[in-house]
Design a protein around this ligand. Structure first.
Ligand SMILES: *Cc1c(COP(=O)(O)O)cnc(C)c1O
Length: 357
């Protein structure tokens, strides 16, 4: 593997941070990782102090939006060792996004290795408070300077890390939209690209104005089949079954979603159906009392219980205090993350000297 040039910061900013009150998303740790795609290959692998980027106004990302990202978390085991959960899946998904956006793939072993080293260098930034973590944001942008539409030739890969306090998620309310869609088959819904978020903001503000936290996206052909929520996949417990929409082209393939499906199959022996699920089926289940739980899954929140879903003038109320499966999944994954539950899956990578050698 290519060498990573490491430059340590002269002075840590860590003493400026109140770990009991971290404004999520605004404070980076001391260091960042970066690499450049120049003349057809990745080069300049580096870890150095966080500093602003300097971009010419003709930078193509600013005009045509070739920008992809990942989101993952480093947790801390009870003995203080930083741990990552299935980083290789994030590396693979990053490259799937890159291919769709006509960007170069990043070597998966380097993706993981740079994150190991960055997390290790800034390990003191994982708050020593239960449930805290370090949010890891790998991303890639176009770097050509050209106001003319084509794929860029040069790119920059970067990884930022940000301390994150415990996520005390209150239940969320959702409304479908029968006017806007997030993604369409054949589009870019499966790519973790910046533009998907830009496109979702306006419908989200309309939902907020109507008193709902987020949009429950429906399919783009019939406004009938459930897709996902802004930053999360979604699960429904109907009777004894757990149902989640199949990732058939327009839904982001969540890694939390995948982990939950595997855990439920192995540990609870529960039948998990990945299939088309219509909003009508959910409303019918609510009407006959078999809709037991609805919850979102994603790296940031892990599990977000849903207490209300509006669709087409109807409102379904749910009582998250009675949710059992979501509670179980949350405890299980948190236990794997802090090492209090034995990792029988082989999902966790403790970041020790050995893993970095
Ligand atoms: C990242 C993301 C998710 C959740 O994926 P995880 O791998 O579980 O974090 C779900 N939906 C969208 C649109 C996303 O961008």
């Amino acid at each position: 593997m290519p060498e990573i040039k490491i430059t340590h910061s002269n002075q840590s900013r860590i003493s400026e941070v109140d770990f009991n009150n971290i404004p999520f998303g605004r404070i980076c740790t001391d260091h960042m990782a970066s690499a450049d795609f120049i003349d057809g290959k990745w080069t300049n692998f580096e870890i150095r102090p966080v500093e602003p980027l300097s971009l010419h106004p003709t930078n193509m990302t600013l005009h045509y939006g070739q920008a992809i990202f990942e989101g993952m978390k480093a947790s801390k085991a009870v003995d203080g060792t930083p741990m990552l959960m299935r980083p290789e899946l994030h590396a693979q998904r990053f490259n799937a996004s890159a291919v769709r956006m006509c960007m170069p793939e990043f070597p998966e072993d380097m993706f993981v290795d740079m994150i190991y080293k960055l997390v290790s260098i800034d390990r003191a930034w994982i708050p020593p408070i239960s449930g805290s973590s370090m949010y890891i944001r790998p991303f890639m942008i176009a770097m050509d300077e050209n106001v003319g539409v084509r794929a860029s030739s040069n790119y920059k890969f970067m990884v930022l890390t940000l301390p994150a306090g415990p996520y005390y998620g209150r239940p969320i309310s959702l409304t479908t939209s029968t006017e806007h869609v997030r993604a369409v088959d054949g589009g870019v819904g499966e790519a973790k690209c910046a533009g998907n978020y830009a496109a979702s903001l306006y419908p989200a503000t309309l939902a907020n104005k109507r008193g709902f936290d987020q949009v429950l996206w429906l399919d783009a052909h019939e406004f009938k089949y459930i897709q996902e929520v802004g930053t999360m996949n979604i699960f429904f417990v109907i009777g004894n079954k757990v149902i989640t929409p199949a990732t058939s082209g327009s839904i982001l393939k969540g890694i939390t979603r995948r982990n939950m499906i595997e855990i439920l199959k192995v540990e609870k022996g529960i039948e998990v159906e990945e299939r088309a699920l219509s909003i009508d089926e959910v409303m019918a289940a609510h009407a006959d009392g078999t809709l037991k739980e609805v919850f979102g899954s994603g790296t940031a929140a892990l599990v977000a219980n849903v207490n209300r879903i509006a669709h087409d003038g109807n409102v379904m109320e749910l009582d998250p205090d009675n949710f059992e499966i979501s509670l179980y999944l949350k405890a299980k994954i948190n236990g794997l993350r802090d090492g209090t539950i034995e990792d029988t899956y082989g999902w966790m990578t403790p970041i020790t000297e050995a893993v970095m050698a």
